[in-house]
Design a protein around this ligand. Structure first.
Ligand SMILES: Nc1nc2c(ncn2[C@@H]2O[C@H](COP(=O)(O)OP(=O)(O)OP(=O)(O)O)[C@@H](O)[C@H]2O)c(=O)[nH]1
Ligand SMILES: [Mg+2]
Length: 363
């Protein structure tokens, strides 16, 4: 069930949503490290240098046009390669053409299964006839959208608040930033959001989320460095229940899907949540770094098995040519892609639309 719990005016004021200066700052805020503010992570892991974010928001143009610019590099790769197939006008659909098409499709990271399905469709529809590039792209768009749509899904929130969302993933995939963006989105929709700084592995991680919480204007439960992340989750969920928060989002330390002790720690966090909210966590969101390409697939495999993930946030889709990787991830693990991260700003998180995505990628 998807819910938007409405706030009272006093709650809204408490979240500073009516402050135009704060709104402007939120709209234009880039990741806090870029603002030359104290950078707590730099002390223990060095600065992160992400690609430049797009300056446009989906509201500024049509969703497909905007997404096409975000996915520019992936789109470019495909267009350049596929255009080569049509050097001499319309092409006869024969074995050579189908082989070349398959090779080009596989290079977009969409996976061999999807590439084969598309090639089979083209063969069935057009074998022995001449096709134009647009005919082929139309089939590609349809097959990709069908596949992604069957695994689509919006964020699930509880019928009775609080909803608890656990966020997991490997180091640096974009968890904390995605949490901040999601908290900002949910807050702007009228939810009271509580963050839990469950990455107690590094003091800097707690500070990073705290800065975001201040900027969003939402509450946060902190944990001391080295403390049990389960205890932070426990305190946060308890507070969310006691103080009637709508959503509690729990950050976790980055980990590899192969570190079984750390994966067990996630299980413990889930049990701790369930002590107070038996139906929780309502979502276990796996944040994947789109720039990791095929590696993101093995991450999805390990995490979806070990952490019982319910959905994916594909971060850093801007500036990568590997955006097609979303297709095999959704296909192989049956995990719906719920959000895409398209930059470092607070507003750079979009609900995933399979149709828009397919249209933007293969136009
Ligand atoms: N361009 C771009 N950069 C992003 C996006 N999401 C996150 N980043 C950047 O990626 C870097 C890592 O993001 P974090 O949110 O700290 O990642 P994390 O998974 O919490 O990292 P750890 O806590 O160290 O495991 C930061 O520099 C972010 O600004 C995105 O959608 N686009
Ligand atoms: Mg983090």
């Amino acid at each position: 069930m998807v819910l938007c719990h409405k706030l009272s005016t006093s709650d809204v004021n408490a979240c500073q949503l009516l402050d135009p200066v704060a709104d402007f700052e939120k709209e234009n805020m880039v990741f806090w490290k870029k603002k030359k503010e104290p950078n707590p992570t730099s002390a223990d892991e060095g600065p992160k240098t992400p690609p430049s974010p797009p300056s446009e928001s989906p509201q500024a143009s049509s969703p497909v046009g905007w997404l096409r610019r975000v996915l520019g590099k992936t789109n470019e790769l495909l267009r350049t390669d596929i255009r080569d197939l049509w050097k001499e006008g319309g092409r006869l659909v024969d074995d050579d053409f189908l082989r070349e098409l398959y090779a080009i499709l596989v290079r977009t990271d969409m996976g061999a299964a999807m590439a084969s399905r598309i090639v089979d469709s083209i063969k069935d529809q057009y074998r022995g006839r001449r096709v134009e590039m647009e005919d082929v792209l139309k089939v590609v768009r349809e097959r990709v959208a069908d596949s992604l749509r069957s695994r689509g899904g919006s964020l699930k929130l509880a019928g009775t608040p609080p909803s608890v969302i656990l966020v997991v993933g490997v180091n640096g995939s974009g968890k904390t930033t995605s949490i901040a963006k999601l908290a900002a989105k949910l807050t702007s929709q009228g939810n009271r959001v509580l963050l839990a700084a469950g990455d107690t592995f590094r003091a800097a991680a707690v500070a990073q989320l705290k800065v975001w919480a201040e900027r969003i204007g939402c509450d946060i439960v902190l944990g001391d460095q080295g403390s049990d992340p389960g205890s932070v989750a426990y305190r946060a969920v308890q507070r969310a229940v006691d103080e009637a928060f709508d959503v509690c989002i729990i950050d976790t330390a980055g980990r590899l899907q192969t570190q079984s002790n750390l994966m067990q720690q996630l299980e413990k966090i889930k049990r701790v949540i369930q002590k107070q909210v038996p139906a929780g966590p309502h979502e276990v969101l796996l944040v994947l770094d789109a720039t990791a390409g095929q590696n993101a697939i093995s991450q999805a495999k390990g995490f979806s098995e070990a952490a019982g993930c319910t959905g994916i946030v594909l971060a850093k889709l801007d500036g990568t040519a590997k955006g097609g990787v979303i297709i095999p991830i959704a296909e192989q693990f049956g995990l719906p892609v719920k959000f895409i991260g398209v930059g470092e700003k607070m507003t750079d998180l979009e609900e995933f639309s399979p149709t828009d995505f397919a249209a933007a990628l293969f136009t």
